[in-house]
Design a protein around this ligand. Structure first.
Ligand SMILES: Cc1cc2nc3c(=O)[nH]c(=O)nc-3n(C[C@H](O)[C@H](O)[C@H](O)COP(=O)(O)OP(=O)(O)OC[C@H]3O[C@@H](n4cnc5c(N)ncnc54)[C@H](O)[C@@H]3O)c2cc1C
Length: 539
């Protein structure tokens, strides 16, 4: 295949390091005298979908600019085009054919939403029809066409321990196309989306984020991950790099293992380690595993993006006894529910595009149980707000925190308990809800309990400067439980949940003592996701 054009199609893998399609394309171009072109499509069907927002594009744009610079060093141009992929690729193929050059396509597999799934199938059909070779490589632990979850964890380990793919040597770039400008958010017609504290995106930033977490920020990870006061610095913050693909999951896993070994060795000889806990790294590695475990659910069953795992729960929240769903959704998404921690978290999320796991779970639980909103509606709001939006994790988690998976206990977070536990002095609340700045700590978690005198002293009249609670939490969750038990009592419910468990439950070697002591048998068996991130919660 002399003179062939090797097109590397970048999607959610905006990096040079550990990029098998790029490395292989370059190697072949060098071996055959061909040339390489990087290609990125800004797809209108994707960016104008309801789960997409301006902050997603702002982060992607920044990462793309960095990628273009890095590729340039290798001699490879990055062509950025607006349009649907098949159409763009066909144009490129015809252009190359006009120059007597055949085209081959290289990319990573993607577990995206229904739109990217349909697009990948269309690309496959196009490639077959045009005789274009399309080489796809894996980049996470997600397995295509997985027959069963048995053995999945071992396969994940094997992939994560495989050697990191080195950044390729320079190759001959395909220079017959104009690389094109990387469009701005407004040029794409996306709504203004102010996110002043957005995490910066780029391959070097991702590496720096990983290093600072493993050597400094994460030393009290396990202890500090739950509170929104400490989590922003104690958590890895790798979700954005992983979602954009500015770092590979394998690089993160291997760096974490290396760090754990270093810490263990230091512990054995009594060497100083600046108080960095081995347990923190262990706990982090477990979460990296969950990343792919949750994505695998969407890969196996794409319908869970829009339909409940257990179909009987579809429609449960559609009937709207309160009748003011749009207003409740707006109050929640704008941070004016009258529950201080809920509002503080939502406003902080709006400003930064990130919030920690426990607060995400609390926000979702409040929308689903207290406000009785369908998970898809509130899930879309969060998808647009999370710069790290990853459909596979997101929709599984959205359903998990809404009680519709059938295999997880109903976890209804008490906003008051979370507030007292995670922000006892109210510092985080006061920072994000300035209306409550002068409210004394005794009332900060329940400002509606202030009397007129206290309101005056705090310059905050409830109902005027800050809303009354939109709903009574205790009563709302009581009603939610009742509605759920109506469904779970039905005989067909059990059959359906068993099927969900068989398909999606992880297989875990349960030799360690878990807090659910019935699960301490030495066996490999399906366990619900309760064991994966939920037992530690105590909500
Ligand atoms: C309703 C809801 C929606 C969510 N949506 C997303 C999403 O769109 N994208 C996303 O990356 N995460 C999502 N999560 C999971 C989790 O909250 C984030 O991964 C985490 O807060 C990101 O911060 P971090 O990278 O500092 O996490 P760390 O605590 O440092 O964890 C390291 C990595 O492990 C993975 N991870 C951590 N917790 C989980 C988890 N519970 N499930 C799966 N993977 C996990 C992520 O890749 C994360 O980057 C969601 C959680 C909830 C409750």
């Amino acid at each position: 295949m002399p003179g062939q054009l090797e097109v590397v199609w970048f999607k959610r893998d905006l990096r040079l390091g550990d990029h098998a399609p790029l490395a292989e394309a370059c190697a072949r171009a060098r071996a055959t005298g061909g040339s390489v072109l990087g290609f990125f499509a800004v797809e209108p069907s994707v960016i104008h979908a309801p789960d997409y927002s301006g902050r997603h594009w702002a982060a992607t744009r920044e990462a793309l600019a960095g990628l273009r610079d890095n590729l340039r060093v290798l001699g490879i141009p990055l062509a950025v085009r607006i349009g649907e992929v098949v159409e763009l690729l066909e144009r490129l193929r015809a252009h190359a054919a006009g120059k007597g050059t055949k085209l081959a396509l290289w990319s990573h597999e993607e577990t995206g939403n229904a739109i990217t799934y349909a697009r990948d199938r269309a690309v496959r059909r196009w490639a077959r029809a045009q005789g274009v070779e399309w080489n796809e490589r894996t980049q996470t632990g997600v397995v295509r066409r997985l027959p069963s979850r048995d053995g999945w964890a071992a396969a994940w380990e094997a992939r994560m321990r495989a050697p990191i793919v080195a950044v390729p040597d320079p190759a001959r770039g395909w220079t017959h196309v104009d690389p094109g400008e990387i469009p701005t958010t407004s040029e794409l017609g996306l709504a203004e989306d102010l996110c002043p504290d957005r995490q910066s995106a780029g391959e070097a930033e991702a590496r720096e984020t990983l290093a600072s977490f493993l050597h400094r920020r994460g030393k009290n990870y396990s202890r500090e991950m739950s509170s929104p006061r400490t989590a922003a610095s104690a958590c890895s913050r790798l979700s954005v790099p992983l979602a954009l693909g500015t770092i590979s999951m394998r690089s993160v896993v291997q760096a974490a293992h290396a760090r754990m070994e270093e810490l263990q060795a230091a512990r054995e000889v009594g060497a100083p380690n600046d108080g960095y806990r081995v347990g923190s790294v262990r706990s982090f590695i477990a979460r990296l595993h969950w990343h792919c475990h949750f994505m695998q659910k969407l890969e196996d069953e794409p319908r869970i993006e829009t339909q409940s795992f257990v179909s009987a729960f579809d429609g449960l929240r559609a009937a709207d006894p309160m009748g003011d769903r749009a207003e409740r959704l707006a109050a929640w998404s704008e941070g004016r529910t009258g529950y201080p921690l809920i509002d503080a978290c939502m406003r902080s999320l709006r400003a930064s595009g990130w919030i920690n796991f426990r607060m995400r779970a609390m926000l979702m639980s409040f929308a689903s149980y207290d406000l009785w909103l369908p998970w898809r509606d509130s899930g879309l709001v969060l998808a647009r707000l999370f710069t790290d939006y990853e459909p596979g994790i997101h929709w599984s988690q959205a359903q998990m925190q809404s009680g519709t998976t059938g295999i997880n206990a109903l976890r209804m977070y008490s906003p008051l308990k979370q507030s007292l536990d995670q922000d006892p002095d109210g510092d985080f609340i006061r920072r994000w809800v300035p209306e409550l700045k002068a409210v004394p700590t005794v009332f900060i978690h329940e400002p509606w309990k202030m009397n007129a005198e206290a309101e005056q002293a705090a310059s905050c009249e409830i109902g005027k400067h800050y809303p009354r609670p939109v709903v009574d939490h205790k009563e709302a969750v009581r009603q939610a439980r009742e509605k759920f038990s109506e469904v779970t009592r039905r005989p067909e419910h059990r059959t359906e949940t068993q099927s969900v468990l068989r398909t999606h439950g992880s297989r875990k070697r349960t030799t360690e003592k878990s807090s659910d002591s019935r699960r301490t048998k030495k066996s490999l068996r399906a366990v619900s996701d309760t064991d994966e991130g939920q037992l530690e919660l105590g909500v």
